[in-house]
Structure formats: structure tokens, C-alpha cells
Design a protein around this ligand. Structure first.
Ligand code: EPU
Length: 426
């Protein structure tokens, strides 16, 4: 099992290029199931998760051409050979569940495993299923699988989500493109990845308006065609490096950065005393902290455009070394503080009370072996390791490989001392 060994205390200076967004790429890849023509995705992040989804698509009959090391992925679902997504492939990566609606839209039926819970919470799929049922899919849950059919085809529907869900919004949007009539999604999630998906689907001939707002209208069309679409840059990767630079100190510019999608983080960083120069037109974000102390700030995770839950762990690592006490509230997932006890191993003073973590800033973190528990939690430990004194070992970094492309290379280029080692855990 690989681990990262970090010699902390080195400032970060230089440029970091931002990769394509994992959470956009995964849904864009699924869109290939809606057409028998080829789609080409550029700026694709080569990650464990995107490679894993490519394998599931191949199981379904999609021809995938995506050589290692390349950022262009060709997907061709000219003919599907299966409409079954097995347990092992959905359990390991929840976004696989989103093949259900597109398979029904394309083939009239599908059998897809329920994903089950995960490290950050129960994460049910009830909203996904309600949306598909409203569009006329007949759904049965048997032996852990959703068995779905739409004998009379899918019909447009008015769907009012009880809460904004990124996955359910995307799933319903993908499916509705080929339903007969108009679908209206109310209380839809507004994450930028949803807009990216709508742009891609519209370039395939879909008729979607309102993506990025809480009301999305989709007029169903007869068929969709192939397209060529660039994956949007990863706002969570960008936010993570911004926080890393703030924690370690130095002067880092993020290139190809989706600045407009990072408003909530930028204001929190500025409140914390970090100098941030945001240039939307140039797609750059410059983060500077040289000698100034960090100030504790409170935050609460919220659906976009609020502070993203996917940056909560990283911001907690930053607050661990701020002056004062900060209260971090997690409102999206019920179990997303697993990094807190690991950060405490590095000397952080964190008390978790229900949905709140109370972080009392300490002067210094000190190195220790720690263990990654999920993707964003792992990278918060890397950030803490960069700021800590001494050698931190982050074990179980396969989580990191799910969502961060060339992490060591990007950080090393800015002066970090970070190295991947294989073998026994430390
Ligand atoms: N929820 C339900 N029922 C549903 C769907 C969601 O109760 O049918 C609940 C969830 O349990 C959660 C909340 O609604 O408490 C929000 O979940 P949402 O559906 O918005 O999240 P998701 O689509 O499962 C995506 C990202 C997550 C990110 C969240 C929130 C992907 C592949 N995943 O998950 O990313 O945290 O939106 O922004 O897009 C990550 O990348 O590390 C990650 C976890």
C-alpha cells in the first residue's frame, strides 16, 4: 500500500496547473450512454475514479479509447451489450449509480446495484429514484439491485426535490433529455458541474435551460448526437492547493483555475488574513502568505454557491494553525469529520460535537504517522503535513488517487518535500 512521506515546514512558491474536474468528468462520461455516436472529452483527469468508471462503461458495451497519460477520452456507445451495473462497480464508486436513468432512456430497462453507505455518511439515493419514477420508470428493489423498466417510454415530469442533491439533479437531467415532453426540476442543485453537464448535453442536441439555477427545464428530444467537450477545471482541486499554500505559506499561482466557482473559499481565505488575487479573465488565482498570522474564522458548509463540503477538511487543517478558535459546521454530510482525530495526532486541538468541530488554533503542528479515511480527508492530512514540523507519513493514500492527479508532482514543483513510498504502513 502506498503512503506519502512529507517533510513539513517548506513554503510553497510557483505555479500549479489545475486539472479537469473529477465530479464533472464522471457525469460527462455517463452522457455517452445517451447516444449511439462517439463523444470526445478533453481535459480529462486521469484518476482512479474516472478510470474505474471507464471500466464500468466498457462492461456495458461502450468502446473506450483513453491511453494512459492522455487527457482526451473517446467514448462510443454505438451498441450496448449489457444494461446491468454490478454491485462491485457501484459500491466502490457511487457516481456509477448515475448510469441507471441513461440506460433506461436508451434501452427501456436496466438493473443497477444500490451503492450502499460510504465513509462520509449514509448517502441514500431516494431522490434519484423519485425523479426516475416521476418520469414513468417502474422501479423495484430486489436483492440490493434496482430493477427498472419504462415499457411505455419515459415522460417529462415536474419534480420538486425536497433538498438540493447534486447527484439526483444530474441524474434527472441526463435522463430527461430523451423523455417525451418537458421536465422541470425545482430546488435543483446549482453546482458548476451541473452547468458543465448541461453545456455538454446541449452540444449533443439536448434542450436544457436554467442549469446553474434552482429551476432547470429540459425539453425532451428524439435522439442525441456525438460531441467534443472540454471538462471544466476542478474547483475542489484548485481550492485544495489554495488552502495548502495558505497553510504552508509562500506565493502560489493556480493556472487554469475556475475562479468564479470559488467565491466562498476566497472570502474565507481573505477573512483568515491570506492575500488572494483573483483574475477571472486570466483564470488565475494567486495565494500569498509570508509571515502574516492566520486568523480563526467560522464556517458552515452549504450547497453551491456556499462553502463546499469538499473543502471542509482542508480548511480545518488550515484553522488548526490559526490564531483563535474557529467553529466549523458540516451541514451536507452527517459523518464528515473523520479527519479531525487524525489532525489531532498532528497536534491539532479539535473537539467534535455533532455537526460542529471546534478548532482551537495551535502554534505548530508536529509530524506523526496518520491514516487517510476518504478522499478529501486524506488531502487535509497532506496540507497539515506540509505545515507541520518534521516528517509526516500519510498512510492509505489510495483515497487520494481517486481525486488528485499528480499531487506529489504538482506540490514538489512548488518546493514541497513530498515523496510516495510503497510497502508496509508506518
Ligand atoms: N441525499 C439524499 N438522497 C438522495 C441524494 C442525496 O438524502 O437521493 C443527501 C446525501 O446523503 C447528502 C446530501 O443529500 O447528505 C447531498 O448529497 P448530494 O446528492 O448533493 O451529493 P452527491 O451527488 O452524492 C456530489 C459529489 C460529492 C460532493 C457532493 C456535495 C460527485 C461524484 N460527488 O455527491 O463529492 O461532496 O456532491 O457537493 O459528484 C468528493 O468528491 O469527495 C465528494 C464526496
Amino acid at each position: 500500500m502506498d503512503r506519502l512521506v512529507i517533510q513539513g515546514g517548506h513554503k510553497l512558491n510557483g505555479h500549479i496547473p489545475i486539472s479537469g474536474a473529477k465530479n464533472s468528468a464522471l457525469k460527462l462520461m455517463v452522457a455517452c450512454l445517451l447516444t449511439d455516436q462517439p463523444i470526445t472529452l478533453t481535459n480529462m483527469p486521469s484518476l482512479a475514479d474516472t478510470r474505474f468508471l471507464a471500466q464500468l462503461l466498457e462492461t456495458l458495451g461502450v468502446e473506450v479509447y483513453w491511453p494512459r497519460g492522455e487527457s482526451t477520452c473517446h467514448l462510443n456507445a454505438a451498441e450496448l451489450k449489457s444494461t446491468i451495473a454490478p454491485y462491485d462497480q457501484v459500491r466502490k464508486m457511487r457516481a456509477s449509480f448515475n448510469v441507471l436513468g441513461p440506460l433506461i432512456a436508451r434501452s427501456g430497462h436496466a438493473t443497477v446495484s444500490l451503492p450502499g453507505g460510504c465513509a462520509i455518511g449514509a448517502r441514500p439515493v431516494d431522490l434519484h429514484l423519485q425523479a426516475l419514477a416521476a418520469m414513468g420508470a417502474d422501479l423495484k428493489v430486489e436483492q440490493g439491485y434496482v430493477k427498472a423498466a419504462a415499457i411505455h417510454g419515459l415522460k417529462g415530469a415536474h419534480i420538486n426535490f425536497s433538498m438540493p442533491s447534486v447527484g439526483a439533479t444530474e441524474h434527472a437531467m441526463l435522463t430527461a433529455t430523451l423523455a417525451e415532453g418537458t421536465t422541470v426540476l425545482e430546488n435543483a442543485a446549482r453546482e458548476p458541474e451541473i452547468e458543465d453537464l448541461a453545456v455538454c448535453l446541449n452540444s449533443m442536441g439536448a434542450d436544457i435551460s436554467g442549469a446553474g439555477t434552482s429551476v432547470i427545464r429540459i425539453k425532451g428530444v428524439e435522439s442525441l448526437k456525438g460531441t467534443n467537450h472540454p471538462v471544466m477545471p476542478d474547483r475542489i482541486e484548485a481550492g485544495t492547493y489554495a488552502i495548502a499554500a495558505a497553510a504552508a505559506g509562500g506565493d502560489v499561482t493556480l493556472d487554469g483555475c475556475p475562479v468564479e466557482a470559488l467565491g466562498a473559499l476566497i472570502s474565507k481565505l481573505r477573512e483568515a488574513g491570506v492575500t488572494v488575487d483573483a483574475d477571472e479573465a486570466a483564470h488565475t488565482l494567486r495565494i500569498r502568505r509570508n509571515g502574516t498570522h492566520l486568523k480563526a474564522v467560522n464556517l458552515s458548509t452549504q450547497p453551491h454557491p456556499g462553502f463546499p463540503t469538499d473543502l471542509q477538511a482542508q480548511f480545518m487543517a488550515l484553522m488548526a494553525i490559526a490564531d483563535g478558535t474557529s467553529v466549523i459546521r458540516e451541514t451536507i454530510f452527517e459523518n464528515r469529520f473523520m479527519h479531525a482525530p487524525e489532525l489531532s495526532r498532528l497536534g491539532a486541538d479539535i473537539t467534535v460535537r455533532g455537526q460542529e468541530a471546534i478548532v482551537k488554533g495551535v502554534k505548530h503542528l508536529t509530524a506523526a504517522p496518520v491514516m487517510a479515511t476518504d478522499l478529501r480527508a486524506s488531502v487535509s492530512l497532506v496540507i497539515a503535513g506540509l505545515a507541520a514540523e518534521g516528517e509526516t507519513v500519510v498512510n492509505r493514500i489510495y483515497h487520494l488517487d481517486r481525486g488528485f492527479e499528480r499531487l506529489e508532482e504538482k506540490l514538489t514543483a512548488c518546493g514541497a518535500h513530498i515523496e510516495r513510498r510503497s510497502g508496509e504502513e508506518e
